[in-house]
Ligand binder design. Structure first.
Ligand code: ADP
Length: 434
């Protein structure tokens, strides 16, 4: 009997794309035996916070028996990052009599239709007080914080639950983008985690070993392939503050004060460390000498280099530079101690396109005639940004198909129509051939 109570220690792994937003925890058969759970049971997951998830089996090719795969939001709810240890035990959930939710960073008009919609989406998911959960509304995710439940503990919402959604929202300024938002780029993400997340979260490792972490990393590749997205993910998953600089903007808008502005941003980043400074279109700040290199540029480049040299010691500020034209960047920037690691972020291949399609259709009501794998094979040359806009366009096309059924004179679209809406393959084709 005593063993039943004993929690099991596991290591957090990245979730599968298809599990995102579903509160699933994939664990292996040994862990299930130990915890005496089967798929569908609820477990409590304890990191620096405690939350809950639904047990789900791992895929056949899972290599690590001690891994628990949970999505970015669940990781946040349990207060843990990838590779952190958490403790797990079985719990029983009760049905929720009342649940109070507060929107995060979004205000809403709360009426019965909206409340019913949210309730429908959350039905059956285990939740606890303090959790954050997302609800997909027409392809956009809206976040809520659970501010109260009766009874307390792990509860499940069902049809008879009384759901109270607050009209006031809470504000959370931290960037929140998780690894599951990035499609493809597996190798790049893995390598960047080691050189960005590790020193930001555990600078003591580097001090102890007497090595200096990289302070600058250059991301290059065509626009729309995820350079900015990666910077946001790195900041978010390392719980660092992100400071963004746009190359052309800082050169033009702050003309004459560019160096002062750079100093100010670097200082703020240091004062609020751990931080990531993201410099988009860095070629505008530090062009190659042959290319229109006047006194102003010389001074600005010298300033940027001095600021980067001043960062070296601790590793709690990392600069990510992005450019579409790596050959146009001043080589002085690419020397050791400056931007001395580089990653090419290129147009996705078919597997990458499939993952990106899964990400951007997540939460969209997609009809059964769509095989995303087939679709991804037809999108040769599409970047992540192209795929994102294709999904939005397809959704808009589908709305147009339903327009004749909707009486625009009435204020609200009936929920039967909303619930029955689907995006079809033809909508994607229409959007592709526009
Ligand atoms: P870049 O900085 O390389 O120009 P962005 O990161 O700004 O590109 O991409 C724009 C948008 O396109 C992103 O916010 C994201 O929604 C989508 N996107 C681009 N690349 C990817 C990717 N690899 N996975 C998922 N979405 C992507």
């Amino acid at each position: 009997m005593a063993r039943k109570e004993e929690p099991l220690q596991m290591r957090i792994g990245e979730a599968k794309q298809r599990d995102v937003g579903k509160k699933r925890a994939r664990i292996g058969p040994e862990a299930m035996d130990f915890l005496k759970v089967t798929p569908g049971d609820i477990i409590e997951v304890m990191g620096s916070r405690t939350s809950c998830a639904v047990v789900w089996p791992v895929d056949e090719d899972e290599k690590f028996p001690d891994i628990i795969r949970i999505d970015g939001q669940t990781r946040k709810n349990v207060g843990g990052s990838l590779n952190d240890f958490v403790k797990i035990r079985k719990v029983t959930s009760k049905f929720a009599k009342t649940v109070s939710l507060t929107p995060v960073n979004d205000s809403v008009t709360v009426d019965k239709e909206f409340t019913d919609f949210v309730k429908n989406r959350l039905k059956g998911l285990p939740i606890t007080h303090g959790d954050e959960i997302s609800v997909m509304i027409l392809g956009n995710s809206m976040d809520f914080k659970i501010t109260k439940t009766t009874p307390k503990g792990v509860v499940k919402i069902d049809r008879s639950t009384n759901l109270n959604i607050s009209t006031e929202s809470t504000v959370d300024r931290k960037v929140r983008v998780t690894y599951e938002e990035v499609g493809g780029l597996r190798h790049e993400v893995k390598a960047m985690r080691e050189i960005v997340e590790l020193p930001l979260k555990h600078p003591e490792l580097f001090t102890r070993l007497g090595i200096e972490p990289h302070s600058g990393i250059l991301l290059y590749g065509p626009p729309g392939c995820g350079k900015t997205l990666l910077a946001k993910v790195m900041a978010s998953e390392s719980e660092a503050n992100m400071f963004s600089i746009n190359g052309p903007e800082i050169m033009n808008k702050y003309y004459g004060e560019t160096e002062a502005k750079l100093r100010e941003i670097f200082k703020e980043a240091k004062d609020n460390s751990p931080s990531i400074i993201f410099i988009d279109e860095i070629d505008a700040i530090a062009p190659k000498r042959e290319e229109a290199y006047g006194d102003v540029e010389k001074r600005v480049v010298a300033q940027l280099l001095a600021l980067m040299d001043g960062l070296t010691d601790r590793g709690n500020v990392i600069v990510l530079g992005a450019t579409n034209r790596p050959d146009s960047v001043d080589p002085a920037l690419r020397r050791p101690g400056r931007f001395d690691r580089e990653f090419e972020i290129s147009v996705p291949n078919e597997d990458g396109r499939l993952e990106i399609l899964e990400i951007h259709t997540r939460g969209m009501p997609i009809s059964d005639d769509i095989d995303l794998k087939d679709l991804s094979s037809e999108l040769h040359g599409y970047t992540g940004a192209d795929i994102k806009s294709l999904c939005r366009e397809a959704a808009l096309k589908s709305i147009r198909r339903y327009l004749p059924e909707i009486d625009l004179e009435t204020e609200k679209i009936p929920s039967e129509v909303l619930q029955s809406m689907q995006i079809k393959l033809i909508d994607f084709y229409d959007a592709m051939h526009e």
